[in-house]
Design a protein around this ligand. Structure first.
Ligand SMILES: O=C(O)CCC(=O)C(=O)O
Ligand SMILES: [Fe+2]
Length: 361
């Protein structure tokens, strides 16, 4: 049965927070009450809502790269160019079986369609593992305005840990998705690394670029006033690389480095959206760009996405790679323990590109 909230409860911010955040109904539960107006705490400041003035006025588009091109040097060149000029690109014919993508999308719907009693077993308060977290918005306690999104975050430690703690309805599909994507991730990192004079992805480099992995299942339910809020606010990712699977609904926008316009990332069936994260921007001494992006709320459709955040190991020290600074290039970032960087990111609300300044010299 759909959850209910009275009109009086809906206009009381404390009651809404109790229902969405503490009781674990999420914005999906809120959306399913059939509410007609956006509760106040989801109303974003005016400047965060202006996106529609900028989109559709641009014919810019992020590159779509066919990874099956037999001329591998062309693929590598296109990827490195996109990483420098856009920080974002899409890949097709990437070698990850389409069935694996369909299965993880179906598993995402299965998880979010569970009754609230089941999902709330995985909230911060209830989850038996700190590596498994069902939540809403980005950081509800730090944010002045909330985001219209629920998520399940799965930090991979081991198959055994996942077996014990990840939700049954999506565990195998999320693991399969993560494992089957690794060959492609390695390829991308090899191409990006070679262009930085990193000769091979040995154990040390693997641990630095892809030493830890987090899979998120994101759910953006239908929103009563999508123009007043956001699905995800402006931010850049703290990963080295993010691999994103989106469904056919659309709504992800990327800030063009050359024009400042917000550019829509159109859903391309069977593709991945790839973006450079802050860790890679730091490791490459600013050569590869971790770019601002955001997701619009949608008034007509529910949307899901499934990012894989490919990260350094939490205990890794990241800073400009010696291969990059060997030729005398001045480092623009200091060395920093990756987990300190991530902690700083999660301590505050989404605020565009500001996190990376934390590592600036
Ligand atoms: O859902 C999307 O398209 C993007 C989500 C995102 O940017 C994130 O989870 O960091
Ligand atoms: Fe992101």
């Amino acid at each position: 049965m759909a959850p209910t909230l009275s009109t009086a409860q809906l206009s009381n911010p404390a009651e809404v927070t109790e229902f969405v955040v503490n009781k674990g109904n999420g914005v999906k539960g809120l959306s399913e009450t059939g509410l007609r107006a956006l509760p106040d705490q989801y109303i974003q400041p005016f400047e965060e809502r202006l996106i529609n003035k900028f989109v559709n006025e641009t014919d810019e588009a992020i590159p779509v790269i066919d990874m099956s091109n037999p001329d591998e040097s062309k693929v590598a060149e296109a990827i490195c160019n996109a990483a420098e000029k856009w920080g974002f690109f899409q890949v097709i014919n990437h070698g990850v079986p389409l069935e694996v993508l369909d299965n993880v999308k179906a598993a995402t719907h299965r998880f979010f369609n569970l009754p609230v009693e089941e999902k709330s077993k995985f909230t911060k308060e209830n989850s038996l593992s700190t590596n498994v977290r069902f939540g809403t918005s980005f950081s509800p306690r730090a944010e002045k305005a909330l985001e219209w999104k629920d998520y399940l975050s799965l930090f991979f430690v081991s198959e055994a840990e996942a077996e014990q703690y990840w939700p049954d309805v999506c565990r195998n599909e999320a693991l399969e998705y993560m494992n089957k994507s690794k060959t492609m991730v390695r390829k991308l990192l090899e191409y990006l690394g070679k262009n930085l004079n990193v000769k091979e992805l040995d154990e040390t480099k693997e641990s630095l670029f892809m030493g830890s992995i987090r899979v998120n299942l994101n759910y953006y339910p239908v929103c009563p006033n999508p123009d007043l809020t956001v699905g995800v606010g402006r931010h850049s990712d703290v990963s080295s690389l993010t691999i994103l699977l989106q469904d056919q609904i659309g709504g992800l926008h990327v800030r063009s480095l050359s024009s400042g316009n917000w550019v829509h990332v159109p859903p391309v069936p069977g593709s991945f959206v790839i973006n450079i994260g802050d860790a890679m921007q730091i490791l490459s001494n600013g050569r590869y760009k971790s770019v601002e992006h955001r997701v619009l709320a949608n008034g007509n459709n529910n949307r899901i996405s499934v990012p894989i955040f490919v990260n350094p190991k939490p205990e890794s020290v990241i800073g400009p790679l010696p291969e990059v600074t060997a030729n005398g290039e001045e480092p623009i970032y200091r060395d920093i323990v990756y987990s300190d960087y991530v902690r700083y990111f999660f301590k505050k609300a989404h605020d565009g590109k500001k996190t990376v300044d934390f590592a600036k010299i």
